[in-house]
Design a protein around this ligand. Structure first.
Ligand code: ADP
Ligand code: MG
Length: 605
């Protein structure tokens, strides 16, 4: 039997490859514009006719190509951007496959003019279905202009598959907007037939957003900025009341490459949690900068997907950045980075320092960290003639001192001076406490969750968790999957102070619970813990230990509706303000707020 396998002619191979790279005018435009960006263009002009179906042209003032390179650029797998496989991991260009020009040239009539800055004359190339029809020197501007006519002229099935001009134009504008957002330092123009749709001068990103989307966006944007040693997140988010019912204005970029990621979209949405009307989507333009070695862009030919080596870390930083942005614009309280993000890892990393550092950043004047340190105490009274001793009861000091004192302790105080004022429980849910600026209202449950959470963190970190033995060990039967879960996290449970053992099929017996957690209802506590753990697992992306700590804090905390004694309220308040992050429960709910005196006054005017 004769051999039947043959290599495909290049033209056909290119056409097949084109199916991957060029699906519609917008995808050709994306490739051409990315090439222009890679070529260092300062200005990029896009011209389309008939939504790109009859003509699309990208003109740039980038570095241009030599005659040989111009010819080479049309070959498949011809690229100047990577040489070795390793280069893939340090990629700083948009392109790298060397497929785009070959693909476009295979399915259209293409005309390229290109000239390098130091050349007299440039090169003209005319190609049709991969076949070079003309090649000659030409006088042209520095840079490259590529004109693509009659896309899919030689593949009628593909051409028929194109949608209406309106739809194709929408795709083009999408690509154009993404590239314009990712590269605000480049000037962009979009010309549709004779109409100038966009004329965007190089600008800062905020200005670029406004130029693209309109002036109304100006007042609606909150700046985002968060940085860890691994990655940086920056950009803008729209305020919640600006959210739209339709998706579309959500832009996420990784190293200036537009990506789609449901996972990171979720991170943003979760930061907006509770602030958005149901079914609406906030505007956002977020840039993630990360060492290219920590990502893999080589996932899909059209490259809007990406793989992160440490997806969870990215999630956490994005969420924190957005939370922060919303918070700093007084829309919701700013959540603390470490309250949300892998707190344990952070604490472990920087050992004791972290706590101090975070603390200092946040409450530089508050004293509860050093209640015995007289130096610090005295700083509070700087500018006063007399320095009262810390132990002096409030009644003994002149009122002005008390005021000054309280102003520094505005948010946080564990001193007897302030605590002497009786606390008041409101509706069995809130603790009311007088502070300098007015009235502090503490959510008892949220506060206790915070206190327990930080206690667990420190116990697990220092391996000091104690167990208290149950008087009446209780057996709990789980569903098979929950039982498997309990086994999976058994070691962590032990580290917390739980003592649980297998007791038959799908059954565990609880012999002990963490010291400090109210005994008596081990079954409910344990079942609740597992339930909460699962909820957190579905909704949040947390390291296992942190999830456990949060879940247990949630379940073991005193509830709303529970009457508290004066001493209980006092100790809860004290413990709360001894926390690293007293302002929020572990899940980001505020623990307290202050009703300002002048606000109260205004009600009586
Ligand atoms: P890739 O971008 O993946 O390298 P392309 O097929 O898009 O592959 O382009 C092939 C090569 O042609 C590029 O590597 C680059 O050297 C050159 N090239 C393409 N477009 C331009 C341009 N606008 N300006 C300068 N060089 C270009
Ligand atoms: Mg390219």
């Amino acid at each position: 039997m004769p051999d039947i396998i043959q290599l495909l002619p290049d033209a056909i191979a290119n056409q097949i490859a084109a199916g991957e790279v060029v699906q519609r005018p917008a995808s050709a435009i994306k490739e051409l514009m990315e090439n222009a960006i890679d070529a260092g263009a300062r200005n990029i002009r896009l011209i389309v006719k008939d939504a790109g179906k009859t003509l699309l042209q990208v003109i740039d003032d980038g570095m241009g190509m030599t005659e040989t390179d111009a010819r080479m650029s049309l070959e498949r797998h011809a690229t100047s951007k990577i040489r070795r496989a390793e280069d893939l991991f340090t990629l700083h260009t948009m392109g790298f496959r060397g497929e785009a020009l070959a693909s476009i040239a295979a399915v259209a009539q293409m005309e390229m003019k290109t000239r390098m800055g130091d050349q007299e004359l440039g090169t003209l190339l005319v190609v049709e279905g991969s076949e070079v029809k003309r090649q000659e020197p030409v006088a042209c501007e520095k840079g490259t202009s590529i004109c693509v006519k009659n896309l899919f002229f030689n593949i009628p099935a593909r051409r028929n598959f194109l949608k209406s001009n309106a739809v194709e134009m929408r795709h083009i504008i999408d690509e154009f907007q993404r590239l314009a957002l990712a590269n605000p330092d480049i000037g962009f123009m979009l010309q549709q037939a004779d109409e100038l749709v966009y004329d965007l001068a190089a600008a800062k990103i905020g200005q670029r957003i406004v130029n693209l989307f309109g002036k109304t966006y100006q007042a609606q944007l909150a700046t985002c900025q968060e940085e860890t040693d691994q990655l940086k997140v920056s950009g803008y988010v729209g305020k919640p009341d600006f959210a739209r019912k339709t998706r579309g204005e959500q832009f996420l970029f990784v190293n200036r490459r537009f990506i789609r990621s449901n996972y990171l979209h979720h991170a943003v949405m979760s930061a907006f949690e509770g602030l958005l009307p149901d079914g609406s989507f906030p505007f956002y333009v977020l840039f993630i900068e990360i060492d290219p070695r920590h990502i893999d862009v080589n996932v899909h030919p059209t490259k809007t997907e990406i793989k992160f080596i440490d997806e969870r870390a990215v999630y956490a930083v994005v969420r924190a950045a957005v939370r922060q942005a919303i918070g700093s614009h007084n829309l919701t309280p700013a959540i603390d980075f470490d309250a949300d993000v892998n707190l344990i890892a952070k604490l472990n990393n920087a050992a004791g320092e972290t706590r101090e550092a975070y603390f200092d950043e946040r409450f530089s004047t508050a004293l509860h960290k050093h209640p015995n340190n007289t130096d610090n105490w005295e700083k509070l009274f700087e500018g006063l003639e007399r320095t009262p001793t810390p132990s002096r009861p409030v009644e003994d000091t002149p009122p002005v001192h008390t005021l000054r004192f309280e102003s520094a302790m505005n948010q946080a105080s564990t001193t007897s001076v302030v605590e002497d004022k009786p606390l008041f429980q409101l509706h069995g849910r809130y603790i009311v406490k007088q502070v300098k600026s007015g009235m502090m209202i503490i959510d008892q449950q949220a506060a206790h969750e915070r206190v327990l959470f930080e206690k667990f963190v420190s116990q697990v970190k220092n391996k000091t968790a104690q167990s208290q033995q149950s008087l009446f060990p209780q057996a709990i039967t789980f569903s098979p999957s929950d039982f498997a879960l309990v086994l999976e996290i058994h070691q962590e449970l032990m580290a917390f102070g739980f003592r649980v053992e297998v007791f038959g099929k799908n059954t565990m017996v609880v012999n002990g619970i963490p010291a400090g957690v109210k005994p008596g209802n081990e079954r409910e506590l344990f079942e609740g813990l597992i339930e909460q753990f699962k909820i957190n697992q579905d909704e949040l992306v947390l390291p296992l230990q942190e999830n456990l700590m949060r879940s247990l804090a949630r379940r073991a905390a005193i509830r709303s509706g529970q009457t508290l004694e004066q001493a209980e309220m006092r100790s809860l308040t004290e413990n709360l303000f001894a926390c690293t992050t007293p302002n929020y429960a572990p899940d980001g709910r505020p623990t307290f707020f202050i009703l300002e005196l002048n606000k109260i006054e205004s009600y009586f005017r």
